[in-house]
Design a protein around this ligand. Structure first.
Ligand SMILES: [Zn+2]
Length: 207
């Protein structure tokens, strides 16, 4: 089995063990799309949206898979909805990506809502993670979680809510469900790979 097939199998297991985990369905969808299995990818993305309709980045990818399947009208509809979700949450990167896709397909970009009152004050810290739920309320960590360059980077680019989400919700899942042995080099590498993915960092370079 190739690496990609392995990872697809891993995430299939993960979504079966945790069917309500939108992130698992999202990652599975990404891997299936990478493997050109767009019909299956679309199903995973749709599942993620059913669980978490505010997960704006998923609409972008769902639309791309629908487009690959020749379902362009559906893709435009997905991006239009996704654009609204992203705009409402202050998810600037997926919002702009979807605006670009809509434009490329000759579709109108929805109007931005006039009132932003209930969004509260901006903190000024921009979290790098595309599915960050904090949006404009993102708060920086008080310090790097550990003395290591990658944790320095997390401190500089990732908000405290995303870090907590990784630590409390996802890292254990990765360890338990993939049965990683962190004392082994392989286990540590796999763990890092998932952590980088979680934060939307490019994959770690092997030393
Ligand atoms: Zn964040």
């Amino acid at each position: 089995m190739s690496m990609l097939q392995d990872r697809i199998a891993q995430f299939r297991n993960m979504t079966e063990a945790e069917p309500e985990d939108e992130l698992g369905h999202f990652r599975l969808g990404q891997l299936l799309a990478e493997d050109n299995q767009h019909a299956e990818a679309a199903k995973s993305f749709q599942r993620a949206i059913v669980i978490e309709p505010n997960f704006s980045k998923v609409y972008q990818l769902l639309g791309l898979s629908q487009k690959q399947l020749g379902r362009v009208a559906e893709a435009v509809e997905t991006w239009t909805t996704g654009w609204r979700v992203a705009e409402g949450r202050g998810d600037r990167i997926p919002r702009d990506e979807m605006a670009k896709l809509l434009k490329e397909h000759g579709a109108a970009i929805p109007e931005a809502p006039k009132s932003t009152e209930d969004l509260g004050p901006e903190t000024g810290f921009k979290c790098h993670r595309s599915m960050c739920a904090a949006g404009r309320h993102a708060v920086q960590l008080p310090a790097p979680p550990m003395p290591d360059p990658i944790y320095e980077r997390i401190y500089n680019e990732i908000c405290s809510a995303c870090w907590k989400d990784w630590l409390n919700n996802f890292s254990f899942k990765v360890i338990n469900e993939l049965r990683l042995d962190l004392s082994s080099e392989f286990g540590q590498e796999e763990y890092d790979k998932h952590m980088y993915e979680f934060f939307d960092f490019e994959p770690p370079v092997k030393a």
